[in-house]
Design a protein around this ligand. Structure first.
Ligand SMILES: C[S@@+](CC[C@H](N)C(=O)[O-])C[C@H]1O[C@@H](n2cnc3c(N)ncnc32)[C@H](O)[C@@H]1O
Length: 227
């Protein structure tokens, strides 16, 4: 039997969840998603060109556009239904475009000052994603990766485990989200995204920095090109 890879989870998680994503991500993170995105935004340097990898419904893309109104921004994602919501949400922003592309095999005709992403690393192969980013990063460019991590404090971890049991039960009543609520905790417990990406970013000659958020429930990893 074929073992399911994190990438196989992407259509299972995202094919039927676009319409309710914004509400669910806010509720299930107790509003922390908003705080985490603010911390991501603080790390984006003044930039002319910004790539939002796995932009989803454009929550972060919109905030980037508001912070950098003159920047040219591209959002890419593999899930059409998510991209359609992002396009509607940002239709008045003329310097933004959205494309359906796989972040591991980016094929864009330009390079970026900053490549930013929230919640994609755990689904991807770190070597492929970092290679793809490096190929599209300008000299002095910055990569910002954010995703869930497992809490280290024993009490927080116990609460985190209980919370996911509750989400698992809620999943029975919200069929479109069931796959996410059941499989996401397993994925977060087993992923080694933070160490893997940090190692591969360093191998590419970039300097890295980690910022742990909310008792390590998520982490931002940044890489800056040394020239
Ligand atoms: C949880 S959503 C996050 C969306 C957005 N970044 C945010 O923070 O709200 C994850 C997104 O990653 C996208 N995704 C997963 N793997 C991808 C890949 N290899 N290339 C592009 N998008 C991908 C999914 O389609 C989904 O829209």
């Amino acid at each position: 039997m074929k073992i399911e890879s994190p990438k196989d989870l992407v259509p299972k998680f995202f094919d039927k969840t676009a319409q309710t994503y914004d509400i669910v991500v806010n509720l299930t993170t107790f509003g922390k998603d908003k705080y985490w995105k603010k911390e991501i935004l603080k790390k984006i340097p003044p930039s002319e060109t910004i790539l939002d990898l796995a932009c989803g419904t454009g929550i972060l893309t919109l905030q980037i556009a508001e912070q950098f109104p003159n920047a040219q921004i591209i959002g890419i994602d593999v899930t059409e239904s998510y991209l359609n919501i992002a396009k509607k949400k940002l239709k008045s922003h003329h310097k933004i475009s959205f494309l359906k592309q796989d972040a591991e095999k980016l094929d864009l005709t330009q390079k970026f000052d900053c490549i930013v992403s929230s919640y994609i690393p755990k689904y991807c192969n770190s070597i492929d994603l970092i290679t793809s980013c490096i190929n599209h990063l300008k000299p002095h460019g910055k990569i910002i990766l954010h995703d869930f991590t497992c809490p280290e404090n024993k009490i927080v971890l116990a609460l985190w485990n209980i919370y996911f049991v509750i989400l698992n039960i809620i999943g029975y009543f919200v069929p479109n989200w069931r796959n996410v609520f059941v499989n996401l905790p397993k994925l977060i417990r087993t992923t080694r995204w933070l160490d893997d990406y940090e190692e591969n970013i360093k191998k590419q000659g970039l300097q890295t920095e980690r910022q742990s958020l909310t008792w390590n429930c998520s982490t931002i990893l940044t890489g800056i090109k040394k020239v």
